[in-house]
Design a protein around this ligand. Structure first.
Ligand code: DNO
Length: 345
């Protein structure tokens, strides 16, 4: 296992030198942010980013994300051009030593929350989701921090129309078409793709979502058996679906899990949840059990602490402040060390 930390590039308020000071930190998970979605990431841009990481003594082996152009998800004729570009980006990343690429296949929107600063009694604040509030939001005017948006506000409405009536099967077929198109580049450059689950794992605003639980993964691996087709196990995303037994999922999926986003949530209603610190005792997911299941399942990928709270007066990017994620990394490192050092049972 390699512990990593998400870093939003030079625009991030958290310097690499601070990340390096977190015990056990091997590298950062980052991206080239100034290339429009769908265009090739040129070697110079990648090299610049890697140079900054090298200088800070941190590896850059995971990219989150190379965003997928909406035309690919929509299955438009123009997708072939974008798939070709994506494959070229993969080749360029492989040459720079990248080993794993995280991406998602959610139509239009990435992760969704209804409040970015829900206050806890201890004065900290975190992200939360209330389904009724979401239903009241206007999808035509929605942006959240950290999204890799491939559209402008003006394009959003026509994009929502373009998806009108798209079935889960169509979207899934478009995902398979995309993966088949890039697998040769992945195999050639030694890059493992790690699809991020839909967050939360249910349909939104009438848009289909297809990476929501065990059945999705069974279908996905059957359709694209290459070992370069793997997953990002995001406990907070999948775990928001109460039907998902996260410990069982972690165990079953460990060999195809190349990247793990480990975080805690607390259920507050059938579909409602609030994010909280990483420890098992603070929320509804068995983080200890999940880590144990990963280790016992043979997981040997990258881990990052996921969304943290804002604590100690920090006013960080929602979910991505320094302090609580650093605490999360230490907690997770402790769990991994303890479980990995147990004599084999
Ligand atoms: C949210 C993140 C997601 C993730 C993308 C991957 O905090 O986990 O935005 O980076 O879905 O493509």
């Amino acid at each position: 296992m390699k512990m990593t930390f998400r870093w939003y590039g030079e625009g991030d308020s958290i310097p690499l030198s601070y990340i390096k000071q977190i015990p056990g930190m091997t590298g950062v998970v980052t991206a080239v942010y100034d290339v429009p979605v769908g265009e090739v990431w040129q070697p110079e841009k990648i090299a610049r980013l890697k140079g900054l990481c090298d200088k800070a003594g941190l590896e850059m082996e995971v990219i989150e994300s190379v965003p997928v152009h909406e035309d690919i998800k929509l299955g438009l004729p123009s997708r072939d051009k974008y798939i070709k570009n994506y494959a070229e980006t993969i080749e360029n990343l492989g040459k720079a030593g990248v080993k794993c690429v995280c991406y998602n296949f959610m139509p239009v929107f990435d992760w969704l929350r209804t409040d970015l600063h829900t206050k806890a009694p201890d004065g900290s604040n975190s992200l939360s989701y209330r389904h009724e509030e979401l239903m009241r939001l206007d999808p035509h005017n929605l942006h959240l921090p950290g999204w890799d948006e491939s559209y402008t506000s003006e394009q959003l409405s026509s994009l929502l129309d373009a998806y009108g009536g798209m079935s889960h099967e169509q979207l899934f077929d478009n995902l398979v078409y995309f993966l088949n198109g890039i697998m040769p580049a992945c195999e050639h450059s030694g890059i493992k793709m790690a699809i991020h689950p839909d967050d939360p794992p249910w349909d939104m605003f009438g848009l289909p979502r297809i990476i929501t639980g065990m059945d999705s993964y069974r279908k996905l691996f059957e359709a694209v058996p290459s070992k370069c087709n793997g997953i990002t196990l995001c406990t907070g995303s999948l775990g928001a679906g109460r039907q998902n037994d996260m410990v069982a999922l972690a165990k079953a999926l460990a060999p195809r899990t190349y990247f793990a986003h480990l975080r805690q949530i607390r259920f507050e209603g059938e579909l409602d949840f609030c994010e909280c610190g990483h420890m098992t005792d603070t929320g509804s997911l068995d983080i200890y059990g999940i880590v144990r299941a990963l280790v016992e399942g043979g997981f040997d990928g990258y881990v990052r602490p996921d969304h943290g709270r804002n604590i100690w007066g920090e006013d960080g990017k929602p979910g991505y402040g320094l302090y609580d994620r650093a605490l999360g990394a230490c907690y997770l490192n402790g769990l991994f060390e303890a479980i990995e050092k147990e004599p084999k049972r």
